[in-house]
Design a protein. Structure first.
Length: 192
């Protein structure tokens, strides 16, 4: 009987420890950004960013493959610092924000790569879903925030996508606007 009780206790402790290894972190939209850079006319880069990002990361330090991320990006907040250009980007010539106000990213795998991570997943933008791979630096060492007394951490991710593969600005030749668009994602996350 003692052995049965001991075995049961060990199983409960092992299960609890395994569950404790995964933690849930919410994206802090006030301290996160999704920025883009695209070559204009083959001579200069135009930079911009989207609106707020929200979502949840599940992070498992011991078994990184059990980690995941689901994020939503507000495309209606696209901002390049030039109002006329931003208004044009919001039309059906580019992002068509009236029809597609958000973009989403859902991870399909997370693996360690050097000192960082490689996160593969599906990006849905402009109503089109394509696989993308993010090169990720992080996580930053968690620190307790004095305002909310919760742990905060951070990640920086980059990837390059084809705008025309997502049906964005297809009437504009790559000599005018490069097809390759670099995305840089800065996330501050809060442990839940």
């Amino acid at each position: 009987m003692k052995r049965l009780v001991f075995a049961f206790a060990a199983l409960v402790l092992a299960t609890t420890a395994a569950q404790a290894q995964s933690s849930s972190w919410a994206i802090d939209p006030m301290h996160s950004s999704v920025e883009f850079s695209v070559k204009h006319g083959g001579v200069s880069n135009v930079h911009g960013h989207f609106g707020k990002s929200t979502g949840v990361l599940v992070f498992n330090q011991a078994e990184i493959g059990k980690s995941s991320v689901n994020a939503t990006i507000d495309v209606t907040g696209v901002d390049t610092g030039e109002q006329a250009r931003d208004n044009h980007l919001k039309t059906d010539s580019f992002f068509d924000v009236a029809k597609f106000p958000t973009a989403t990213f859902t991870s399909t795998s997370v693996v360690r790569e050097g000192s960082g991570l490689k996160v593969s997943g599906n990006l849905t933008l402009h109503g089109v879903t394509k696989p993308v791979v993010l090169t990720v630096d992080g996580p930053a060492t968690p620190v307790e925030n004095g305002m909310d007394h919760k742990l905060h951490s951070g990640f920086e991710a980059t990837t390059t996508i084809s705008r025309t593969a997502f049906g964005i600005g297809t009437s504009f030749p790559s000599l005018l606007i490069s097809d390759e668009v670099k995305l840089t994602i800065e996330l501050e996350v809060v442990k839940q």
